[in-house]
Design a protein around this ligand. Sequence first.
Ligand code: IMP
Length: 407
Amino acid sequence: MKIVVVGAQWGDEGKGKMVDWMADSAEIVVRFSGGANAGHTVIADGKTYKLHLVPSGIVAPGKVAVLGSGMVIDPAALFDELDQLEKDGVNWKGRVWVSDRAHLVLPTYKALDQEMETQSRVPIGTTGRGIGITYALKAHRDGVRVGDLFVDSCWDHLRPAEKEFLAPFRERLHPLVIDLVAFMRQNSQKNILFEGAQGVLLDLDYGTYPFVSSGYSAAGGASLGGGVGPRHLDKVFGVFKAYSTRVGNGPFPTEFKEGSVLGERLRLVGQEYGVTTGRPRRTGYLDLVALRSACWTNSLDGLIVTKMDVYDDFDEIQVCTAYRIRGRLVEDFPGTVADLETAEPVIRSFPGWKTPLGSVRRWEDLPQKARDYLSFIEEYSQTPISVVSVGPDRDQTLVRKSPWTRS
Ligand code: IMP
């Protein structure tokens, strides 16, 4: 089977934990988009792993991890991450591969990324990792691909400073490079997990443009960046948090007002600080209008909700079920920032369950109030919740229906 996992909000939904958990039944995990702007946390056997480029499936022993064609890779960051994994006891050799079609992030791109942000008409709050510039040069057909390092005519075209930076990585990268299309065709009978980065609302096309990242975070990117045609993908799952967060600038209709006690509490209990930049994340309650839109644009077969336990002590839990925009009731996620910025959320409240969920392992054992909250989300989004995560550890996962079930 081939399963795609995407973030259904603005990134940071807990995809790292869920990909690591789902990798149990996969042989190969392919990251199909993004670069070192992403930050995925995996906690396994009491150890915490912070990943930016390497697919989260790497932590599970024996799994093959592939950096796909849709990625943009800073080779210095990649080898720092691989060296750190080795120090942490993860034996990655022989099971990490890099697509020859992935693009390389060069040091000048990072500097340019930050410089352009300061001059931009609308600063978006980029992570400054050179992601936007690399994708822009790719579209401009002036990028440097991983495979170019090993083709003399391409290497010869590089500027002296580029060669100087890349030379030490040529030798280290060489044994890892694959033709992803051929690799996927040869492995077509295996269970493969396609791991997205960021979240649907940061997708270049479906996100809150221009406050988006530059890759394809939506599920459609799994095919383009993962080396398979769209009909090879069997199922798509969307990971979302029981509430919402966003880092960087851009509209966020359900954001708690600045100084809100609930917003600060959510940040503290949920440890909502960026893995890549350490920036405090903006916090808000769940936006069902946005979630339902993500279900549609990604053909989600099922939802995976994370961080339910963060709400354990809350008296009341709110969700947004529509927006009021210039007096009009809107139930579809608007395509413009102007509409989103004026959107006043229509709120529905649920009583908190006031019970620790961390040790619950079965849907039936969830408090009724927690089930009511989740059932409402399912009903509204018309998408079943397949998995509920009630804590950071692998085993703090409640499976209603395994994502690897075919029907
Ligand atoms: P860039 O991709 O680094 O240029 O950042 C563009 C926008 O996407 C900024 O608002 C970032 O904060 C946001 N962003 C990029 N990657 C992630 C991520 O992995 N999680 C959450 N936000 C992200």
